[in-house]
Structure formats: C-alpha cells, structure tokens
Design a protein around this ligand. Structure first.
Ligand SMILES: [Zn+2]
Ligand SMILES: [Zn+2]
Length: 152
C-alpha cells in the first residue's frame, strides 16, 4: 500500500512527520536537524519560546515544564517550589528545554502559550490565596505560641 500526503491526497508521501506521524509529500516535507516534519509541526517547533518558558516558570514553579510537555517534572517542581531552589532550577531548565525543542533537538507535546496564559489567569490568584493562607496560618500560629508561652 503506497501512502499519500495527508494534505495532498493525490501526491505520494516521501516521508513521515517525526512529531505527528502523518505521511508528507515532497512539498510539505520540512526537515529540521535532518528529521522530517510536516508544515504544521515545523511551525509548532519554532513557536516553542525559551522566553515564555522562563516567564511561565518564574510566575508559577513548574509551569515552564508543563509548557515544554514535561508534565511530571512540572508537578514535582510545583510541589517543591516553596523551597525556592527547585523554583530557580525550574526557570533555567524550562529555558534550556524550550531552546532544545525550538532547535528540533527534542520532541515535545507542545502546548500553545495561549492555553498556558488562560491557566495562569486562574492559577495565579488561586496560588496567591494559597500562599497568603499559608502565611496567615504561620503568623497566627506564631502569635498563638507567643501569647501562651511567652506572655506573662
Ligand atoms: Zn506533523
Ligand atoms: Zn503534501
């Protein structure tokens, strides 16, 4: 069975896209670092932005990893972000990985930045409340301790 291009049903396929596995013809074939990609995936690869990966990671620990398609790493960094060091590591990692994806050195399930921005609009207020709540609980506990054990 000879396959035809998924965009041009009458043109024989010459390769398979590395990302989406669709057959592509000579016209649609877009090589990046010697790997074949279709036009759509080639555009997505180049859209992976190290700048936005860094910004997302700075706003919410682990979000840059989610943007890069590293869900598991993102969750681990999110849960340990309050230790500060994992958060900083996450910013550097997100920028480097996004650069590798943009260069075609790494494959990724790319998530559009617009989707992440939508999540941020909900996530940042929720996270702020959670951190404010934690801070309030810590201060209350401290005051309670002071009142009961320090005050005469
Ligand atoms: Zn593709
Ligand atoms: Zn084609």
């Amino acid at each position: 069975m000879s396959r035809t291009c998924f965009l041009h049903p009458h043109t024989p396929a010459v390769a398979e896209c590395t990302a989406c596995r669709q057959p592509v013809c000579e016209v649609c074939l877009t090589p990046i670092n010697n790997k074949p990609y279709c036009e759509h995936c080639a555009v997505n690869l180049h859209q992976q932005s190290p700048f936005w990966a860094g910004v997302f990671s700075a706003l919410v620990p682990g979000l840059g990893q989610v943007y890069n398609g590293d869900w598991f790493k993102g969750v681990v960094i999110f849960l340990t972000g309050w230790l500060v060091l994992p958060w900083l590591y996450g910013i550097v990692d997100a920028v480097l990985v996004a650069q590798a994806i943009a260069d075609g050195e790494r494959e990724s399930s790319t998530i559009p930045p617009g989707y992440i921005v939508a999540v941020l609009k909900v996530g940042v207020p929720v996270l702020s409340c959670a951190y404010a709540g934690l801070a309030w609980a810590a201060v209350s506990a401290l005051l309670f301790t002071l009142q009961h054990y320090v005050a005469p």
